[in-house]
Design a protein around this ligand. Structure first.
Ligand SMILES: NC(=O)c1ccc[n+]([C@@H]2O[C@H](COP(=O)([O-])OP(=O)(O)OC[C@H]3O[C@@H](n4cnc5c(N)ncnc54)[C@H](O)[C@@H]3O)[C@@H](O)[C@H]2O)c1
Length: 332
């Protein structure tokens, strides 16, 4: 006896189930480096994104198309209604230049502590599912344990202290209001839109801009400080996991590459990529910066996250980005 056959159904006859809508996301600091890259990633994936920024450091032009943007200060209560329809909040807005923070501890606390608490308050009143907020590897500045695990917290600078305070308030909002959160300790993030407009830009951009302009790059101090650099695309992979993977909730994660380079080593990688043999000049060290950082990323790795962008690949795309910005006259 022959087996009964299942009638063939063509793909076009299968009833179409409407896709379930993706969660809505609010990003503070959306006009900045990490915020604008995250907005780009989420918009490309189909998320609805609302963004807040007071444009004190960030630039409107780098907010991706499709973001519902509000020019507001995170310290202001007028941000509250924007949280009403947000499932997830990425809180990235901050005063974040270590030397500026050393000069103005009051404003540092005002933006990074009071502003952060205002964001937590807005989130808990609106029933947000989770706040994912930026801490920093600066909280390890007093530690001599390398690679540094999440437990080795020893903040020293006002910037680091302000980030450390956020963690305690996050714990208070969990304890008293049940607000879920995830803390991210970024190491040295680099990639397109890195804040290259600052007086002293981050080291990669500083070298690339000078060399593309044929000017002599500056190294502050001996150049032997070591940093763990991580590409912003790798960070965005983990940001997505914070939305999709519940195991991230209620935890703190180091996000670095697990490898570090001295500033001199970085220079000796970048100069040949640009075909330059210019020798950098050395100037006095910048205050408040740790001698080294190196992330222990075993916790993030244990959830399946792996940094995938090699330093050379990341540098090549950053060079292309900066070359285009120079050609457009966006960098003077
Ligand atoms: N880039 C890194 O390597 C790094 C490393 C460790 C931690 N972080 C943290 O990650 C977050 C994002 O960093 P980034 O590199 O994108 O910085 P960024 O300066 O490029 O972006 C921060 C944004 O916050 C905005 N902002 C500042 N104060 C505000 C306020 N009171 N109200 C509203 N908006 C305000 C700025 O205009 C800016 O657009 C920050 O919290 C920073 O401390 C970054």
């Amino acid at each position: 006896m022959s087996k009964p056959t299942t009638p063939k159904v063509s793909v076009s006859q299968i009833p179409q189930v409407p896709p379930s809508p993706l969660p809505t996301v609010l990003i503070t600091g959306v006009a900045g480096f990490i915020g604008s890259n995250l907005a780009d990633r989420l918009i490309q994936k189909g998320y609805r994104v609302t963004g807040i920024d007071n444009l004190s450091y960030g630039v409107r032009e780098q907010i991706p198309e499709g973001v519902e943007f509000h020019q507001l200060d995170i310290r202001d209560k007028s941000i509250f209604p924007l949280f009403q329809h947000s499932d997830y909040v990425f809180h990235l807005a901050a005063k974040n230049c270590i030397s500026d923070c050393q000069l103005d501890p009051v404003e540092t606390a005002d933006i990074n502590v009071r502003g952060t608490v205002n964001v937590f308050e807005a989130a808990r009143r609106s029933g947000v599912k989770k706040v994912i907020y930026a801490e920093s590897s600066a909280v390890y500045e007093g530690s001599l344990v390398f690679p540094t695990p999440e437990s080795e917290v020893k903040p020293e600078s006002f910037y680091a202290l302000s980030k450390f305070a956020s963690m305690h308030f996050a714990e208070g909002y969990r304890r008293y209001f049940g607000l879920n959160s995830t803390a991210l300790r970024y190491f040295c993030v680099y990639g397109p839109r890195q804040d290259y407009r600052r007086t002293i830009p981050p080291v990669f951009s500083a070298f690339i801009i000078k060399l593309l302009k044929g000017e002599v790059p500056i190294i502050y101090g001996t150049g032997e400080k070591r940093r763990d650099f991580i590409h912003v695309d790798d960070i965005d992979d983990f940001h997505e996991m914070c939305i999709t993977d519940r195991r991230t909730t209620g935890r703190v994660f180091n996000l670095g590459s697990g490898t570090n380079y001295s500033v001199n080593e970085i220079y000796s990688i970048i100069a040949p990529l640009l075909g330059s043999d210019l020798k950098p000049v050395h100037k006095p060290d910048l205050p408040g910066e740790a001698l080294a950082n190196l992330a222990d990323i075993s916790l993030a790795r244990s959830l399946g996250w792996v940094p995938r962008i090699s330093l050379e690949e990341g540098l090549r795309t950053l060079i292309e980005f900066i070359r285009n910005e120079l050609a457009k006259g966006n960098i003077s």
